[in-house]
Design a binder for this molecule. Structure first.
Ligand code: PAP
Length: 332
């Protein structure tokens, strides 16, 4: 018996594009994609056409507010995890204290992607110009957009950017597994060799990976009060330290009372891979865009690439990364 796959998410479909987007597409360099048939290179990065539609609408219409928090990530770097952590952190007054019942927490019944929507692949894809002005402040959004493609209002406002990336080998394996789940039955699966070649050429969703990372890295050095740069591996190694750092960056540090009441530990426990991945909503639910919630929880480990990549692949990718990150002060 064949297991039926979920329908392709809306953001990967090729139809329903505005004339502006169609005109732009015809002028852009192309490559074959990982799931949708074609990637287009816009402002130096590769996107399926529907992502591009969302990026254009967001660039045109999004008005950042000073109090906004935007989580920016490379795909498959732990976005789902950090969405959960940020949501729990920023809403902790409502749910974390002795008198309150953690079982009512929205993360128990909603996937983090529902609570923290993507700008360009949810809000500005569903609606060219959604009205976000009535959302409660501080608003929390997320994006995979590279730094160069962020809407001007993000630069002009005092909003905060939290950036998360992950070592490129685990990112590649996670992306390969995820995109194979998104491919339609008749497309079959992509081989690791095939996607490895593309990744090395920089051709991946929101790639080149290194340019995405370096864009935010450079800004975090220039403007550390605006951009906080985090790595998945560091979060895994020292979650308490990084959660406290995140709270300080967002100007909502944990009080002595909260520390005593173990709010930091409570948030980390609630957002842990084991807890989130075993919730009914994340085991059986689907996102409005069509993906199974379970697709966002695979292993959640550091170093899973060792189970997949050959020695030659490792050497080649390490060499590319060494060259690309040389002199930046950044290492993976
Ligand atoms: P996205 O970019 O499509 O939103 P994203 O959440 O960034 O996906 O990446 C999913 C990865 O984060 C998966 O990694 P893996 O394929 O190597 O397993 C997923 O397992 C991992 N992940 C999801 N939730 C957590 C969590 N709570 N703690 C740690 N890792 C997690």
């Amino acid at each position: 018996m064949q297991i039926s796959k979920p329908p392709m998410p809306k953001y990967l479909k090729q139809d329903e594009l505005t004339q502006e987007c169609k005109d732009l597409l015809s002028s852009l360099p192309t490559e074959s994609g990982w799931v949708a048939s074609t990637f287009y290179k816009y402002q130096g990065f590769w996107h399926p056409c529907r992502h591009l539609q969302g990026i254009l609408s967001c660039q045109k219409h999004f008005k950042a507010q000073h109090s906004d928090v935007i989580l920016a990530t490379t795909p498959k770097s732990g976005t789902t995890w950090l969405k959960a952590i940020l949501f729990a952190l920023m809403n902790r007054d409502q749910y974390f204290s002795k008198s309150k019942n953690i079982n009512n927490h929205p993360l128990k019944s909603n996937n983090p992607h529902v609570l923290v929507p993507f700008l360009e692949i949810k809000l500005y894809l569903d609606d060219e110009n959604p009205d976000l002005s009535l959302l409660k402040s501080p608003r929390l959004f997320s994006t995979h957009m590279p730094y160069v493609s962020l809407p001007n209002s993000v630069h002009d406002s005092q909003c905060k950017l939290v950036y998360l990336c992950r070592n490129p080998k685990d990112t590649l394996i996670s992306l390969w597994c995820f995109t194979n789940k998104l491919r339609l039955e008749e497309m079959g699966t992509s081989s690791l060799e095939e996607v490895f070649e593309k990744f090395c050429k920089g051709v991946s969703m929101y790639g080149p990976f290194w340019d995405h990372v370096l864009g935010y890295w450079g800004e975090s050095l220039k403007n550390p009060e605006k951009v906080l740069f985090l790595k998945y591996e560091d979060m895994k190694e020292k979650p308490t330290f990084h959660l406290k750092k995140l709270a300080e960056f967002l100007e909502c540090p944990f009080s002595f009372k909260e520390e005593k009441e173990k709010v930091v530990e409570g948030i980390l426990e609630l957002c842990s891979f084991d807890k989130l991945s075993n919730l009914k909503v994340n085991k059986d639910g689907k996102l409005p865009s069509g993906e199974d919630c379970s697709a966002f929880f695979r292993k959640g480990e550091v170093g899973d690439w060792k189970n997949y990549l050959t020695t030659e692949m490792v050497e080649r990718l390490d060499k590319i990364c060494k060259d690309k990150f040389d002199g930046s002060g950044l290492q993976f």
